[in-house]
Design a protein around this ligand. Structure first.
Ligand code: CTP
Length: 399
């Protein structure tokens, strides 16, 4: 059945980009129904959106009644997803306080469909604690906030607050609507991000892992119906909706948290970049510099995944291998040594792959020797492809 996306456009200079979003969603075969605030019509005309969507655009709550129906309730019921793009600070404020004074506010209160907001505003406005509080509140009640991009803004400033890329907004909507239910009933533990091993109170050993891959996996697994626990090292990523997040700092803390959840889990995906060595002792005070060389003695951290592999039972265990050479050979060795079902091998030297990028390229090695090459794609898409590989194992009646 064709799915319906209700797109709400509010009064920001970025409103013109909503036309591209509407066009992109229609191209994906979705039915798109547009509503606009009065202010949005100062930036882009309803006729443009009507032409692109092929459907009448609603601006005035009391303007048109179709076949005796109340517009905002009709739209609210039709929606498989509501997307507000761009979402201004004023709209975000109204939504956070439940003010239903226009079509968008009223429709959102009346709908049971998932709500996505794609904010756009000046970076000072975006950073303002009131706006951040409102976004936090909306996130807590389950709205998905599409993080704005960083870049030049219409006012001449450079910073965050720029509407996310049109293709990214479309991808978020599509991946949500495509969400399958093939992981309903599964408990999944994902680890993400780096660990930090402190030398003294202000210095630590770590790596550039952004946590993006692990967060994408947790988000995708929750979207496909799994109960997900995410054990995360320090990252700037937003907690995914519907996922239980446990923040840790060191490898030893990660081990403790993972072991706590391990017994109840069906599938464990270890995307974290765990630091292998920690200083033997952590100085209580900041180490002052002197003229002599400074020697640091390091000791091994536990290999969390190897410990899990030693008590695997019927669980599915998935690891990552970040390599700069002999990718497949090293990955296969890790798969065997850690007793894994599957390992995702990343050549971190390749363009588009690696720690802080938004894209990734990977090969998936199965226990039975099969190798599946995954294409260069966004970490969200890759997360879904990795989950597909995991499901191919579970459907062999493993779990
Ligand atoms: N891993 C872990 N605990 C560690 C080190 C790694 O659980 N102390 C996990 C990672 O989360 C990843 C996999 O093991 O899923 C492989 O991590 P990687 O850093 O590529 O390999 P290492 O085993 O640390 O080997 P090396 O650093 O020698 O390549």
């Amino acid at each position: 059945m064709v799915k319906t996306v209700i797109v709400g456009i509010t009064g920001s200079i970025a409103a013109y980009k909503a036309a591209e979003v509407v066009r992109g969603l229609c191209k994906q075969g979705l039915k798109v129904q547009v509503m606009m605030t009065e202010r949005a019509t100062q930036f882009i005309t309803p006729l443009t959106l009507e032409t692109l969507s092929g459907n009448p655009v609603v601006v005035d709550m009391f303007g048109k009644y179709q076949q005796g129906k109340v517009q905002h309730i009709t739209l609210a019921k039709q929606a498989d997803l509501v997307l507000i793009v761009p979402a201004t600070a004023a709209t975000i404020g109204r939504l956070a306080t439940g003010i239903a004074s226009d079509m968008i506010g009223a429709t959102i209160l009346a709908t049971q469909a998932p709500v996505f907001l794609s904010p756009a505003m000046n970076s000072q406005m975006y950073k303002h604690p009131i706006v951040q509080d409102n976004l936090k509140h909306l996130r807590e009640i389950g709205y998905q906030i599409i993080t704005p991009a960083v870049g030049p803004l219409a006012c001449g400033d450079i910073g965050d607050g720029r509407l996310a890329d049109v293709s990214h907004i479309i991808e978020q909507v599509i991946s949500h609507l495509d969400a399958q239910t093939d992981l309903v009933g599964k408990n999944i533990l994902v680890t993400a991000g780096p660990t930090r091993e402190f030398i003294d109170p202000v210095r630590f050993i770590s790596n550039p892992s952004s946590g993006k891959m692990g967060y994408a996996l947790a988000r995708a697994a929750a979207g496909r119906g799994a109960e997900v626990v995410l054990v995360s090292g320090p990252t700037a990523e937003q907690p995914p909706a519907g996922v239980k997040v446990s923040k840790v700092t060191t490898a030893v803390e990660m081990l403790r948290e993972v072991m706590e959840h391990y017994p109840g889990m069906d599938i464990i995906i270890k995307a974290a970049a765990v630091v292998d060595y920690r200083p033997v002792s952590r100085a209580r005070q900041k180490i002052k510099k002197g003229d002599a060389e400074l020697q640091l003695t390091l000791e091994r951290n536990p290999d969390i995944l190897e410990l899990l592999g030693g008590q695997k039972g019927q669980k599915i265990l998935v690891g990552f291998a970040a390599e700069t050479q002999d990718l497949l050979k090293n990955a296969r060795e890790k798969l065997q040594r850690k007793n894994l079902d599957l390992i995702v091998a990343n050549d971190i030297g390749r363009a588009g792959a690696g720690f802080s990028t938004d894209t990734n390229i990977a090969s998936v090695l199965h226990r039975d020797g099969r190798i599946v090459e995954l294409p260069l794609c966004s970490k969200t898409q890759l997360a879904h492809l990795i989950l597909d590989e995991i499901i191919s194992i579970t459907s062999d009646d493993k779990v």
